[in-house]
Design a protein around this ligand. Structure first.
Ligand SMILES: [Zn+2]
Length: 82
């Protein structure tokens, strides 16, 4: 059991502001993505949510950055060799 970690009020406030901003950004992204037809897909390296130093390789929409699926082994090889 770890003792209570003291978080200064200013830090809490900052986190609150950042989370609010994040929600606003996510809402705005959703509106854009809902309208997008995902016509052009490209392979991208995407940082993993839980460990951002690692990446996943995915097909994403070039227009709105939505993850569209997993590339095949062949597609990954082509991507890496380019
Ligand atoms: Zn899209």
């Amino acid at each position: 059991m770890v003792g209570t970690i003291y978080i200064p009020m200013a830090t809490n406030r900052k986190v609150e502001i950042l989370l609010t901003r994040k929600r606003d950004v996510e809402r705005e992204l959703k509106v854009i993505r809902d309208k997008c037809k995902h016509e052009i897909k490209v392979i991208r390296l995407i940082p993993k949510n839980l460990s951002p130093s690692q990446v996943d390789i995915r097909w994403v929409c070039e227009g709105c950055d939505t993850t569209l699926g997993y590339p095949t082994e062949m597609e990954v090889k082509n991507y890496i060799s380019n």
